[in-house]
Design a protein around this ligand. Sequence first.
Ligand code: PMP
Length: 419
Amino acid sequence: KSLAILKQQEVYETSALNYPKYFKIAIDKAQGSTIVDVDGNVYIDMVTGISVVNLGHNNPYIKKYVETQLNKVWHTLEIPTEIRVMFAKKLLSTLGFKAKLLFTTTGADAVEAGVKIARWVTKRKVIIAFEGSYHGITSGTLGFTGANRFKEFNPIFDSFVAKFPYPYPYRCPFKDCVNDILSLIDYAISNPAYLGGEVAGILVEPVQGEGGYVIPPRGFLKGLREIADKYSIPLIVDEVQTGVGRTGKMWAYQWEGITPDIVCISKSIGEGIPLSMVAYREDFDKLPIGFHLGTYRGNPLGLAAGLATLEFIERFDILSRVQRLGEKVLSELKEEISNPHVGDIRGLGFMIGIELVKGNKDPLSEGVKKAIEESLKRGLLVYKAGRWDNVIRLMPPLTIPEKLLFTGIEILKDILNNV
Ligand code: PMP
């Protein structure tokens, strides 16, 4: 039945579909960490809708909050509901700095708003962003997104952007991956012939998501914080993929003990019900009425899911679980995979990447495609990432039962060792 439904989808929908090209199934239902297709095949889900359904499909705790809200009201514009203020209070308590919230609808929208706020408060224009980054592909965010391949589809994008290398330990051309890049940025900002006096914000992912689960060495984010302080430039952290516990901290910036000035939040905060927002320093809050608008902002169903998500993570101590199991998975993969094409295995919490290469570290994207296909055949969903599509990326639900997690890891190990 799956193939018939996929065929119909192709008849009705755009030729630009992406995911059905990798996962040739039609989904019937999902529960916890598994997905069932319309033919009754069961899959262990290590994709979670790209780190969205982090607390498992159909999580009863989330469902109860959403159902309660469903019976009250679904859409209110910005006119407050009780759930809206409860969510805002709870979210702000997790950030570690005094902030205000502006609701948005998607990840890209949250980045648009974050950058706009930085430009507004500084009255400057240039945004520092990084090679290999992903911040969305709207006309605005495309300028900040580092991956060039998206640009040919939309040649009109933000030109006030300065791109710098991102510390990529496996592929670092510098002597000192962190400090050399930081020096470069500092030099550019301090030099009137280059960016001096122009920079409105530094926009960074604490771990690059789409870019290949690239984990910068400790000290990078801290160094950016210092530069931001030195020149009074807002530090904008994009936590769209890393946030809400994915790396084993509520926010990935907390690994470095810093606080940003602006945080972009989306994906798993609504557990699949669209909800996103930007949180910014309280003293930036002199924004004019209608500064950033949108009909769906702060949807009550999303807010109910969001409040349930934050409570759930706290109540069931999800963060220490992710740290513990993330390390266990990482060391097992490192110890038990022996394949000359596996160039690097890296991870932080439940963001785990396996980079495939030919000789000389040349990217091996065909291998990743094959691993995704073979996993699917064996009942496991994994996906790709990376500038060259050569990283297998694992993003299991934060709640996945330990046994199921390692059943999935066994499948992947077997594929990498034997296929
Ligand atoms: N920022 C990051 C770090 C992301 O990973 C993504 C999506 N993968 C976005 C922004 C864009 O989010 P959306 O697709 O909801 O626009």
